[in-house]
Structure formats: C-alpha cells, structure tokens
Design a protein. Sequence first.
Length: 148
Amino acid sequence: MKIFTSRLDGIYATMYIVITVFLLGIVGVSYFDEDLNVLGWSILTAILLAVVVVLSISFFFIKIKIKDEELIVSVIYNVFRINIFKITKIRIGETMWSGFHKCGTATGGLIIFSKNKNDLYITPKNQDEFLEELLKVNSHIIIEDVRK
C-alpha cells in the first residue's frame, strides 16, 4: 500500500484561518452579550469549537492511499473509494472548485474521472509519483494536463 499526503496551499490555509478566526470571534463577541446566559454561551462555544476541530482534522489529516487495485481517500475514516480500473481520465492542474468529491487542500490538483461519473478532486504532495503508481495499476488512464 502506498500512502500520499495532501499538499497544503496558501489559499486554502488562508480560508481555513479566516473561518477559524471568524468562529472564534463569534465566541468572543457572544461572551459580552448580556442576553446570553452562561449555559447558552457554553453550548455556543462547544458547537463552534467542534466545527473548528472538524475543519482542522479535515485540513491536516487527508491521506490518499493506493492499495492493490483501489484508490482510497481517508480523513480519519475512508471518505472515498474507487477501483483504479474504473478510472478513465485524470486532469492535472484543475482548481479546488472542480470535481464532485472535493478532498484537496490546494489549487492546481488532480480531477479523477471514472466510469461511475463520480469525479474526485485531490492534491497529492508527490503528484508525479502518485500518477506513476496509478499508471502501474491501470496503464489505460488518460492523463490530460491543463496547467498554464
């Protein structure tokens, strides 16, 4: 089994930081709200901190695995799984807004198209090595480079 980590990008990191600061700002501002009692503030804080933790986990723990004939994307558990022989085409250089399943943490990643029409967006750190590993399993995958 070959495991790849997801590449981190300044754009995605900036979005993560802005969202985190915004949510923590809500907690800070709501502390001074006189209409909100201690229980309400505690519940609000717990919910927003849970959202920050989930965002952090999804940002830092994405793993892309090639195991036998399967491509698996996992965060803590498997969120996407496909047989490599069902992959028809890979487009290099797409933005993070492309694809149906968005499991990338950077721009300029890979869109993986399959026979099932469930596109996947990923951003493996070692992109060339990742493509080599996929092509070792299925040499019929079409590689399309749209980088400028």
